[in-house]
Design a protein around this ligand. Structure first.
Ligand SMILES: [Zn+2]
Length: 395
């Protein structure tokens, strides 16, 4: 019998979302494991399969998901050879954390804590003190960084334990609040070109008997957003970054390990009304909503006081099986943001949290005109965006 038109499909059960593997296989587990191997006190080593090394380098490639890397062996011959073990390296996927977005993931990497603790819960999130949305990547409006994220970074703890510690990235990021709360500790070195960064990272790695060095490359993500995963521009960036990884791997000093990872993957979303739901044009989704946060595939929805349960019901009905839609407490109980959420972080999370399951977006053509036009997107818990590589090369 055909379903009557008013009978929406059953919403997805919140429990069916593939929650990140916090504490056993997530980005937040990487630096503590490496620091523990160098004898930094107070560090657990959840990624027990990574043997200790005296010198550890993490190369974070923005936006290079595990699935995209696996799909492009011809563009990434060096990294693919690590996966096959033909150079003695190894590789496997780990989970980025929720949401799978740069500000959240960089904070997870640097602090070694899940989002529920470090408190950067999305691309944008509400500041409960002011009631305003705050962009976590651009740190706008400005908010005292160490109040927003009070924990020390693993770099600071390693530095205090006598480990030579350095970050090598674009000079643009040297003094940003996000760098301050995620990457402080030791010395920041700004270099414009990828080649300079690789060479400097190798030098910094050799500069201490025990060393922890972080380096970063942005443009795989940039090209993916603009042109899509698998576009010529994106493939060109993958080829380039593969050569950077090889350049760094070939310069590793003795007793060193290089870990290549990423902050999230990416998924292309078709440009039509079925795949792009425009919040600013949808009166059902807008009803009772005071603020829309997060990004297209990972929304924080802040309701007008008293409207929380109506908004939850409405978003579930409208989005059906396309999104996992949870109340704040359901998402927290399911562990989306980690095993626990600090009190100061609780009100930053939406009254309703919506994570995309299908290749769909909730855009906002008026509030977010630029973001709404991106081809490649990320944020949710699907393997394409949640799984990131953890590749290992040892000297
Ligand atoms: Zn991105």
């Amino acid at each position: 019998m055909a379903q009557p038109f008013w009978d929406h499909p059953e919403p997805l059960a919140v429990e069916s979302a593939p929650v990140p593997e916090y504490g056993s296989g997530s980005l937040a587990d990487l630096l503590p494991t490496l620091a523990a191997g160098m004898g930094v006190p107070g560090m657990a080593a959840p990624l027990a399969e990574l043997g200790p090394a005296d010198r550890n380098c993490v190369f974070l490639i923005d936006g290079l998901g595990w699935e995209q890397l696996k799909a492009h062996p011809d563009e990434a011959p060096f990294m693919s050879s690590l996966l096959s073990g033909s150079r003695g390296g190894t590789g496997r996927p780990i989970t980025a954390g929720y949401p799978a977005t740069t500000a959240t993931s960089l904070a997870s990497v640097g602090t070694g804590l899940p989002p529920g603790a470090h408190g950067l819960p999305g691309y944008t999130a509400r500041n409960p003190e002011t009631g305003e949305l705050m962009n976590q990547l651009r740190w706008n409006p400005w908010t005292a960084p160490q109040v927003w994220q009070p924990y020390p970074t693993v770099f600071q703890l390693a530095d205090a334990a006598g480990v030579h510690t350095a970050q090598v990235s674009s000079p643009t990021f040297q003094n940003t609040p996000l760098t301050k709360i995620a990457l402080s500790g030791g010395t920041f070195h700004g270099r414009l070109s990828g080649e300079e960064r690789m060479d400097l990272a190798a030098g910094q790695l050799a500069a201490g008997d025990r060393s922890l060095v972080y380096t970063y490359y942005a443009e795989v993500d940039g090209k993916g957003h603009r042109f899509g995963v698998d576009s010529d521009a994106w493939r060109g960036q993958l080829m380039y970054v593969d050569r950077l990884v090889q350049r760094l791997a070939e310069q590793l000093p003795p007793r060193a390990a290089l870990y290549v990872t990423a902050d999230h993957g990416m998924i292309d979303i078709p440009f039509d009304e079925q795949h792009r739901i425009d919040f600013d044009e949808d009166w059902e989704l807008r009803a009772g909503v005071a603020l829309l946060g997060g990004e297209g595939r990972a929304r924080h929805v802040y309701a007008v006081p008293g409207a929380q349960s109506d908004v939850l019901t409405c978003w579930r009905e409208v989005l059906g099986e396309q999104f996992w839609v949870a109340s704040r407490d359901e998402a927290i109980a399911a562990g989306w943001f980690g095993p626990q959420v600090d009190d100061r972080v609780y009100g930053r999370i939406g009254d309703v949290v919506a994570a995309a399951r299908d290749d769909v977006l909730i855009t906002a053509s008026e509030r977010e005109p630029k973001e709404s036009l991106m081809v490649g997107n990320h944020g949710s818990m699907t393997p394409a965006e949640q799984h990131v590589p953890l590749l290992e090369v040892r000297s």
